[in-house]
Design a protein around this ligand. Structure first.
Ligand SMILES: [Zn+2]
Ligand SMILES: [Zn+2]
Length: 1013
């Protein structure tokens, strides 16, 4: 094959070209297909939450697909029989609306003009034309789905499963039909489940009071309502039985002021709160859920005054035919005319709206089908209690439990045309026959002429069967035997109840086991400011545009890197750009490696080669990265996994090792060259495999090139079939021995950066100490390299364990296993630099003074928008921090800085660990940076820093503390701060491990490169 022969890479990384190449290749090899008869390998399975057939890939889909593909590719490479099942959902109401709109637009017709059969035909046509779009979009993203198993919630098999479930539940008495009050959308003209109604809390409304005259004319009783139009359907007035004010009235009647009918006054302790309003309540059983129950308790009449179209019915007398909101005004006016208006006051209420169209939902009395849910919920609660299904993040367990314990019967019938028509038939006498196949005669009376129920099932009814219906149920297939229960359900927490909970109930009931072992709920994607993405806000990031622009690999990596547990992710374009740069970096480094691997044969005579401490170091670091990545993946810490791979590939492999290996690769020592080549091959191939689940396309491309270059015929000819790197022991002595070399060079580079000393200015007064014996030996050996890379002269290399003495005009950096003092006297014009800094401090003080004045002005604080105040505060904090740094530099130059304190270098670093890898240099303390670099360089977590600049640290810490204290004082923020506290701690831990190193390191590397040029 042409691509097999390619050993050199194109000069520039072109994601479009690379990403177009591999999906067809993978498909043609059948790599994504899992064999249900394979007993050799352990199964790992995921069913993709089926996107709506009308859907076009949005970020939520992209995130789901990315995280699942990361898991599936990782498991597949780790020797699992990984099955990832794709499909689409018919999405009843959504699809029907799309096609209706289209019909209106093109033919100016409604679905009623076409009739049911013709309209359904149109939807199927539409589905055939556009239904594969979302699948194609998943392919472009690299999702390694088992397309041979693709399903559709209305395909023949799944339709059969739906009927089977309906019939069985009906036979078991768990599905029933009843006239009940349900949520109704007057615009969609269908019943909705409780979940499909979203509640707008604290909607400003009014509480209107009016009087019911007693029927005998002896007085009146005042009631209040937020929905005056419903009074036309009142069939009682209720009071509390213990309320002395009304005790004498119970059992008597009032007269309806607009309709004339007499209504009883009843006593009800459940409905009435005597302390609220007048203590008397109007009762409308047909239009309010509480009143409906009250009506049942008292045998009250149910009068429907608002129809399915949202208009008043004939029962509404004087306002019949009016729209419900118009009728509200009319009723008030009519009551006022009778002199019975008793005034109104503003009132906040909870308003239910249709999830689909936002119309205010109306409780409506109608015949509907319900699932008796409590018996199904019980095992689903127990399964989670017993840990048979585990939620990640764990906090979702309680949410799930609370909901499951308070669950109401589920209204499953929808007055739509598109969907699974309910398998119930009515005979002319009104008997109901529920059957798997269309019956010829009534099961009760044997009559023919049956009519099928016109309603369809809630879309989520079929979705709830997805984990087993897609695998062939009700037939006990080999696929079910192999892959059910699935391993992981990965989805957004917005559909926990819609979907996860129902799959749990259905799975347990029909399969006798949970549908999945782990439920991983990913965060919601928001914009960079943390706002929800929406078309109206104009802040939507389209994954299709992003993929075209930056590549699927970059998008995938970004999404994985941002997926931290338990919080929403903030996505900014520059992050994606940053990871596009990462792909580019990997490309260039690989290209360099490939050029220098010419003539090297994998598995050749490298065993006899001379391995250097640098070789051993990178091998150890590779193993550590492997271990940490796997640990993170096992725990669903996608961001940690991505960050580990990123740090390792970018900094240790590309920035350091490839740089270090040049000497051997270019040198005359054949054995050293062999060792470097063998090491490079091992590390690069491991890195590619480690990265593959996150960036499948570029890694496949590089794998092929590397494999061809080193003639590694024993490697599989797709990285997908290669083995994922395995956990193993880390050669810590190699890390200890060579880590300080990198730490030292980084530390010196950072001092240069902070003190504006360019690379070309040699630093001749450098002392290194506090080394262990073998690290010291390495430093001595590598001294020429250190001197060259940092352009320094090492004046003194101290004996093991001895620290360099402190001197004026010096910077001292301490990392794990080393200390370095850099004398600045000859390199910096102390007087000029001091003057410059002083001037800068003065300028800064002026600005800070003005800001503080503003922030202490109560008038400003009261009037200015919160984001403006917040911005000013942030600026003030920034200035304080900057001044601290400048003070430190000045003190350093004067040789007056205190240098005795040791403290945790990360104390100052509370940044979000997911801060983007944008190339902007970090404004950080040089010593902190040095320590961070040491971390990046592999010297483990730098534990202590002795610095000539403790002053800065104290100032910064103090500034942060005061900022924190200020925030804590603000009551509104208190709660948020408390909530965020444990996370911040975790974030800090992560930051300690990896993140901070990144910027500092790159900055150093950049400076270094600049210097060498
Ligand atoms: Zn609606
Ligand atoms: Zn019958």
């Amino acid at each position: 094959m042409e691509r097999e022969a390619r050993t050199e890479l194109a000069k520039g990384y072109e994601h479009r070209e690379v990403e177009a190449r591999w999906y067809p290749f993978w498909l043609s090899r059948g790599y994504f297909h899992a064999d249900e008869n394979d007993r050799r390998r352990p199964p790992f399975s995921i069913v993709l939450p089926p996107p709506n057939v009308t859907g076009s890939l949005h970020l939520g889909h992209a995130l789901t697909a990315t995280l699942q593909d990361v898991l599936v590719r990782w498991k597949r490479m780790s020797g699992f029989n990984a099955m990832w099942l794709p499909g689409t959902d018919h999405a009843g109401i959504a699809t029907q609306m799309v096609v209706e709109k289209e019909l209106q637009r093109t033919e100016k017709k409604s679905r009623h003009d076409l009739g049911r059969a013709e309209f359904l035909k149109r939807i199927w046509e539409w589905r055939d034309r556009f239904g594969s779009r979302i699948g194609e979009q998943h392919k472009a993203l690299g999702a390694s789905l088992d397309w041979e198993r693709e399903r559709f919630t209305m395909d023949a098999g799944l339709s059969r499963a739906v009927r089977e479930v309906f019939v069985r539940l009906h036979e078991e008495g768990l599905i029933y039909r009843e006239k009940k009050l349900i949520n109704w959308c007057p615009r969609c003209r269908t019943a909705l489940s409780d979940l499909e109604v979203h509640h707008e809390e604290s909607h400003p409304g009014e509480l209107w009071s009016f009087a019911y005259p007693l029927a005998d004319g002896s007085g009146e009783i005042v009631v209040a309502t937020t929905r005056p139009e419903t009074m036309l359907g009142d069939t009682a007035v209720a009071v509390h039985p213990d309320d002395d004010r009304y005790r004498a009235l119970v059992g008597r009647k009032v007269r309806h002021p607009l309709l004339g009918r007499e209504i009883p006054i009843i006593a009800d302790a459940i409905l009435v709160d005597p302390a609220f309003g007048t203590g008397a309540v109007k009762v409308t059983p047909a239009h309010d859920f509480n009143d409906f129950e009250t009506g049942k308790r008292h045998g009250l009449e149910q009068i429907t005054v608002i129809g399915p179209d949202g208009r008043m019915t004939a029962e509404a007398g004087p306002v019949a035919g009016q729209d419900r909101f118009e009728a509200r005004k009319s009723v008030k006016a009519l009551v006022a005319e009778k002199g019975l208006d008793r005034g109104s006051r503003p009132h906040l209420l909870s308003l239910g709206r249709c999830q689909r169209c936002d119309t205010v939902v109306e409780p409506l009395l109608s015949d509907q089908w319900f699932v008796r849910i409590a018996p199904l919920a019980k095992p689903a609660i127990e399964a989670v209690e017993q840990g048979r299904t585990v939620f990640v993040p764990e906090s979702w367990t309680n949410t799930y439990m609370a909901w499951m314990r308070n669950i109401h019967d589920w209204c499953i019938s929808r007055q739509l045309w598109w969907g699974h028509q309910i398998p119930a038939w009515y005979c002319p006498d009104g008997h109901v026959t529920v059957a798997r196949e269309t019956p010829a005669a009534c099961a009760t009376c044997g009559k023919g002429g049956l009519r099928q129920d016109e309603d369809v099932l809630d879309t989520w009814f079929s979705s709830g069967l997805w984990p087993f219906s897609t695998m062939g149920w009700p037939v006990r297939t080999a696929t079910l035997a192999r892959f059910y229960p699935t391993s992981v359900m990965e989805t957004g927490h917005d559909i926990v109840f819609f979907w996860v909970a129902r799959m749990m109930m259905m799975g347990l009931h029909f399969m006798g086991d949970v549908p999945f072992r782990t439920v991983y709920l990913h965060p919601m994607v928001r914009d960079e400011k943390g706002q929800k993405m929406s078309k109206t806000r104009g802040n939507v990031i389209d994954p299709l545009v992003i993929t075209e622009q930056y590549g699927a690999d970059a998008l995938r990596f970004t999404l994985a890197a941002l997926t931290a547990q338990g919080r929403d992710m903030k996505l900014a374009k520059d992050r994606i750009e940053g990871y596009r740069a990462f792909a580019n970096k990997l490309w260039n480094a690989s290209r360099f490696a490939l050029m220098n691997l010419e003539g090297h044969v994998d598995g050749g005579d490298s065993e006899t080669a001379t391995v250097t401490p640098a070789d051993r170091w990178i091998v150890a670091r590779t193993q550590r990265a492997v271990n940490e990545t796997i640990a993170a993946l096992e725990a669903f810490r996608f961001n940690d996994a991505a960050s580990t791979v990123y740090q390792f590939v970018w900094h240790e492999l590309c920035d350091w090792y490839i740089e270090l290996a040049k000497e051997a690769l270019y040198g005359d020592d054949r054995m050293k060259r062999r060792a470097a080549q063998a090491t490079l091959t091992h590390v690069l191939s491991t890195a590619l495999r480690l990265l593959h689940p996150f960036m499948p396309f570029i890694t496949e491309e590089l794998w092929h090139a590397l494999r061809a270059r080193v003639q590694a015929d024993r490697w599989p000819d797709s990285i997908l079939a290669a083995e994922y790197p395995q956990e193993g022991p880390v050669d810590e002595s190699a890390e200890r021995r060579f880590g300080p070399i990198i730490g030292i060079v980084d530390a010196i580079r950072n001092v240069r950066g902070e003190m504006n000393v360019p690379y070309k200015v040699a630093l001749e007064d450098v002392e290194i100490g506090a080394l262990e014996a073998d690290a010291r030996a390495t430093v001595r050996e590598e001294q020429p390299r250190i001197e060259r890379m940092a352009n320094v002269k090492v004046a003194i290399l101290h004996e093991p364990g001895r620290s360099p003495p402190r001197r004026p005009a010096s910077a001292v950096a301490v990392g794990t296993g080393f200390e370095v003092r850099v004398g600045l006297a000859g390199a910096v014009d102390v007087a000029a630099e001091t003057a410059r800094i002083t001037k800068e401090i003065e300028k800064l003080e002026t600005e800070l003074g003005a800001l503080r004045k503003k922030l202490q002005n109560p008038g400003f604080l009261a009037k200015a928008p919160p984001e403006v105040v917040e911005k000013d505060r942030a600026r003030a904090d920034e200035l304080v921090e900057k001044r601290g740094k400048l003070d430190t530099h000045r003190a350093m130059l004067a040789g007056t800085a205190d240098d005795t304190a040791r403290r945790d270098p990360m104390e100052n670093n509370q940044q979000n660990p997911t801060t983007p890898p944008t190339p902007a240099p970090a404004q950080e303390n040089p010593i902190v940076q040095a320590a961070q670099s040491a971390v990046a360089a592999g010297t483990e977590v730098a534990k202590n820093v002795v610095s000539a600049v403790t002053d800065a640290i104290e100032r910064v810490t103090a500034a942060r503390k005061s900022a924190k204290a200020r925030k804590a004082r603000k009551p509104a923020k208190k709660k948020a701060a408390r909530r965020a506290a444990p996370k911040r701690k975790a974030a800090k831990k992560v930051a300690k491990k990896r993140k901070p190193a990144r910027k500092a390191k790159r900055k150093a590397a950049k400076k270094g490169r600049k210097g060498r040029r």
